[in-house]
Design a protein around this ligand. Structure first.
Ligand SMILES: Cc1cc2nc3c(=O)[nH]c(=O)nc-3n(C[C@H](O)[C@H](O)[C@H](O)COP(=O)(O)OP(=O)(O)OC[C@H]3O[C@@H](n4cnc5c(N)ncnc54)[C@H](O)[C@@H]3O)c2cc1C
Length: 424
């Protein structure tokens, strides 16, 4: 069997793989990107129909190309995001081979590099970048048994309201996905219950600047990797309907019932933690802290941005928050479906090298693993808060390409023969 040899192999042809390809090319590193499906597949087939980017088009993109067909302040539809990456890959002539799955990676024995088994044969690579995504494997906590007589799906499988059976729906998780899906279902005339956990909810815009701008100038996207265990605070933002602040009080005013964290399910009854008011208050505190920091930034820099005092008007807590439901018989409440917007895990079962923690997350420093030649890209907090997002991954890819290039330089080095000086 013939074995193909490449210098650097990138696994995954999403935004991370494309960014990696761009920087490897700039560094003159020969490489190949393998993608098991299509470029940016997850934006096409693992997101709901109406999804738009959470950030405006001027921000949620790579530096080298703007979105075409939409204004810079608009929020690109998911298909446009996928199209953008296809066009970007073409522009940089990325060597991407689609429809090829990497099934296992092992270290070579007695020499550097990796033996990579794929659906189309074996490849040997000196360097390998795992760019298979921050959100690979939908996580549904084991709370409600599959045979409970409810239609249950993860947010990754949700497409549109028409997919759900008649009746009310319980959406569990109120990050960006849960909040947006619950809002869409409410607008479609569904009776909606939303389980709200701890979250951040920055204002969509303040003083004529989108929150992505504020988080940028305030240095929040560049916040460095936090301590283990404190990586993920759900952030509830939305670009839907032109971009609006996620405000759970408004959801309740429009008829949605908010509940606390879903803790357990027994005999048809869901039990919710008594934490709803705290979670809403925490979201408010985060919202107000962004306004405070923004005001201080404006004052410090003498910016001419119009004041917006009304942004500080937070309405009263709705009844469902002051007198929360702690137990709910789902059948009696007419609930026929549950959407679990409860996040994702990684799945590196194909990677037989490297060290992983108890959640299967790889050990690395800024994406550089302890195994020489093995790299990770696109993971949450890889180097900073922005690492798993479109604009952040591009910068991490640059760092990794530099690292690979430097390592190649070491390997290529040969000392001058004894007694000779360079050029003699
Ligand atoms: C609902 C949702 C909305 C989001 N909205 C935004 C947003 O608006 N703005 C933003 O900046 N970020 C957003 N993100 C975060 C992030 O930008 C996306 O998750 C993005 O898809 C991550 O890109 P990636 O290339 O790192 O990974 P992925 O898009 O997951 O790409 C990885 C690729 O690897 C391939 N692959 C996996 N395993 C293998 C294998 N063994 N062999 C070959 N190929 C393999 C997959 O098919 C996939 O195409 C969102 C995330 C979600 C879940």
């Amino acid at each position: 069997m013939s074995i193909e040899r490449v210098d650097t192999l990138v696994v995954g042809g999403g935004q991370a793989g494309i960014a990696m390809s761009e920087h490897l090319s700039k560094c003159g590193v020969p490489h190949l990107v393998l993608e098991r499906h299509r470029i940016a597949e997850r934006w096409r087939s693992e997101r709901w129909d109406s999804l738009v980017a959470n950030g405006p088009a001027w921000h949620d993109r790579f530096p080298g190309m703007e979105f075409s067909g939409i204004g810079p302040d608009a929020f690109a539809h998911k298909e446009s995001v996928a199209d953008y990456f296809v066009a970007y890959a073409e522009m940089i002539a990325a060597p991407i081979r689609c429809g090829v799955e990497v099934t296992s990676v092992r270290s070579n024995v007695g020499r550097p590099g990796f033996r990579v088994e794929t659906s189309e044969g074996v490849i040997e690579a000196t360097y390998l970048v795992a760019a298979t995504g921050p959100f690979q494997h939908p996580v549904i906590p084991a709370v409600v048994p599959e045979n409970a007589g409810l239609f249950q799906i993860h947010s990754a499988a949700y497409r549109n309201p028409g997919q759900l059976p008649e009746g009310a729906v319980l959406v569990i998780g109120a990050g960006s996905s849960g909040a947006q899906i619950a809002d869409e279902l409410l607008r479609a005339g569904k009776r909606v219950f939303l389980s709200v956990g701890p979250h951040d909810r920055p204002p969509r815009s303040y003083r004529e600047r989108d929150f992505v701008w504020w988080l940028g100038v305030l240095g929040k996207w560049d916040a460095e990797t936090p301590a283990q265990g404190t990586e993920h605070v759900t952030i509830a933002v939305s670009g839907a309907y032109g971009g609006q602040t996620v405000d759970f009080r408004h959801f309740a005013e429009r008829g949605m019932t908010l509940v606390g964290r879903a803790e357990k399910f027994r005999d048809g009854v869901m039990f919710f933690a008594p934490d709803l008011a705290d979670n809403i208050a925490r979201g408010d505190a985060n919202y107000l802290s962004v306004l405070d920091e923004a005001d201080a930034f404006v004052a410090r820099n003498g910016l001419d941005l119009p004041e917006e005092p009304d942004a500080r008007n937070i309405g009263p807590d709705p009844h469902c928050v002051t007198d929360p439901i702690l137990e709910l018989n789902l059948a009696k409440a007419g609930i026929t479906s549950i959407i679990w917007a409860t996040g994702f895990a990684v799945d590196y079962s194909w990677l037989k090298v490297g060290r992983f923690d108890e959640k299967g997350r790889p050990k690395h420093r800024r994406g550089v693993s302890e195994v020489p030649g093995l790299y990770f890209l696109g993971l949450p907090w890889l180097s900073r808060r922005g690492s798993s997002f479109i604009w952040g991954v591009w910068h991490d890819a640059k760092f990794l390409a530099d690292h690979i290039s430097t390592q190649r330089g070491y390997l290529a080095y040969r000392p001058c023969a004894p007694g000779k000086t360079k050029g003699s």
